[in-house]
Write a protein that binds this ligand. Structure first.
Ligand code: GDP
Ligand code: MG
Length: 193
């Protein structure tokens, strides 16, 4: 199940044959407070919200079965670890796939998500990397500022997938990560042909 140590991913990456245990690096992006760490903890199977490795920046590794094939994901929640330009650039470069998160209760986080999409495109120009735009906190119905339609329209413009989630209710979180794996596999397959 999930582990929560910053360097635990290294050992995972270096073991096993390349072909069989493919490791996908997935990076969470998004403004402060949108729920990146909450989504990461749900993914990692860490129930305790007060888990002590919350703030520093973490990597969570886990294998998931998608379409009867096992995939191994290392999920990086390091975007806010510090404010250095170096780290931001590193994040933009290292991912096999990206999850850009905004909160449906915060319009400015939605606008920030568009900015991040543009930055990512710039950093990885010629590559066709999978991106999923995530509208989190879908449970907060009464304080919603961004509609589902706005979210999905934005994803169309930015040529990426879209899903709304609730980290609090664990709603759609599994679907999100299965979607990421399918996206990565699709692009890999089309590259090989
Ligand atoms: P981060 O800064 O992007 O890592 O965001 P956090 O994961 O730390 O979450 C920020 C706040 O939003 C915390 O108080 C979370 O409990 C809360 N939060 C995160 N996801 C959800 C959600 O899906 N629904 C609700 N209602 N609150 C959430
Ligand atoms: Mg966080």
């Amino acid at each position: 199940r999930g582990s929560c140590a910053s360097d635990s991913s290294d050992s995972v990456i270096s073991t096993g044959s390349e072909a069989e245990s493919q490791v996908y690096k997935v990076v969470l992006l998004g403004e402060h407070g949108v729920g990146k760490s909450s989504l990461a903890r749900v993914f990692g199977g860490i129930e305790d919200a007060a888990h002590d490795c919350d703030e520093a920046g973490n990597a969570y590794d886990r294998s998931i079965m998608v379409d009867e094939d096992e995939a191994f994901i290392v999920l990086y929640d390091i975007w806010e670890q510090d404010n250095s330009q170096w780290l931001k650039e590193q994040c933009m470069r290292m991912g096999d796939a990206y999850i850009i998160v905004y909160s449906v209760t915060d319009k400015s986080s939605f606008e920030k998500a568009s900015e991040l999409r543009i930055q990512l495109r710039r950093a990885r120009q010629s590559e066709n990397i999978p991106i999923i735009l995530v509208g989190n906190k879908s449970d907060l119905v009464r304080s919603r500022e961004v509609s589902v339609d706005e979210g999905s329209a934005c994803a169309v413009v930015f040529d990426c997938k879209f899903i709304e989630t609730s980290a609090s209710l664990h709603h759609n979180v599994q679907d999100l990560f299965e979607g990421i794996v399918r996206q990565i596999r699709l692009r890999k397959d089309s590259k090989e042909e």
